[in-house]
Design a protein around this ligand. Structure first.
Ligand SMILES: C[S@@+](CC[C@H](N)C(=O)[O-])C[C@H]1O[C@@H](n2cnc3c(N)ncnc32)[C@H](O)[C@@H]1O
Length: 210
């Protein structure tokens, strides 16, 4: 990552510049379905999906500064107008900045697995964060996840069983950037598939409260 990176302020956002409860219509200058990605890494999902779906808006959240800067540069070079990226921690961001029932899709691809038992509490998928995801997703909105980590996938399924009445399982359709045999075509997925690791995916639709 030695190349010089441009900042593109129209794409890279700062939390302190945003209103608490983001108005996505104002942010993107139009009313369109909003897709949110948590842990965007180098931005591959955002690059491919924002180009393939110009009728939708994409909002990525990435904690690591080096990935955030790399992804902003990549998105900016393509002059994409339907994508924004913020460098911040996703759980606090969902809680403080995202209003309820404003998001059409949430994408979490290869979240950090924190394999040591004493670190499991750092995993993003936990009851509190699923509650936030349920709060911000519109009814009928989708949650899509992929991981290469069997134990984390089990934890994800356990958490989801606790709110089974709020989700309906749907088919996981590969994303725009996925090529032969891939599910999402992100950098981490490509690395794991090359290592012939098993990959686990799940896609859910939020259903109305009975
Ligand atoms: C294993 S990488 C996967 C990146 C990308 N999704 C992919 O598939 O190539 C996980 C990413 O999530 C980011 N991340 C982890 N926890 C986060 C959090 N709580 N908020 C925002 N980003 C987070 C990390 O910095 C890292 O870039």
């Amino acid at each position: 990552m030695a190349k010089s990176l441009n900042e593109y302020p129209s794409i890279g956002l700062r939390p302190e510049a945003l209103a608490r409860r983001i108005d996505f219509v104002q942010l993107f200058g139009r009313s369109a379905p909003v897709q949110l990605e948590i842990g965007s890494g180098k931005g591959t999902f955002l690059v491919n999906e924002a180009q393939a779906c110009p009728e939708m808006d994409f909002f990525g959240i990435e904690w690591a500064s080096k990935y955030y800067r790399y992804a902003v540069d990549r998105l900016g070079r393509r002059k994409l107008t339907n994508v924004r990226l913020i460098r911040t921690e996703a759980a606090a961001f969902l809680r403080d900045f995202v209003a309820e029932q404003t998001i059409n899709g949430i994408h979490i691809y290869y979240p950090d697995p924190w394999p040591k038992k004493r670190h499991h509490k750092r995993r993003f998928i936990c009851q509190a964060n699923i509650d936030q995801i349920l709060r911000v997703l519109k009814t009928g909105g989708h949650l899509k996840m992929a991981t290469d980590h069997a134990d984390y996938f089990q934890q994800i399924q356990t958490v989801l069983r606790g709110c089974a009445s709020r989700f309906r399982r749907i088919e996981f359709r590969p994303t725009a950037g996925a090529q032969g045999g891939e599910w999402v075509g992100t950098n981490f997925e490509r690395k794991y598939l090359k290592e012939e690791r098993e990959v686990f995916t799940i896609a859910l639709e939020k259903v109305a409260l009975q």
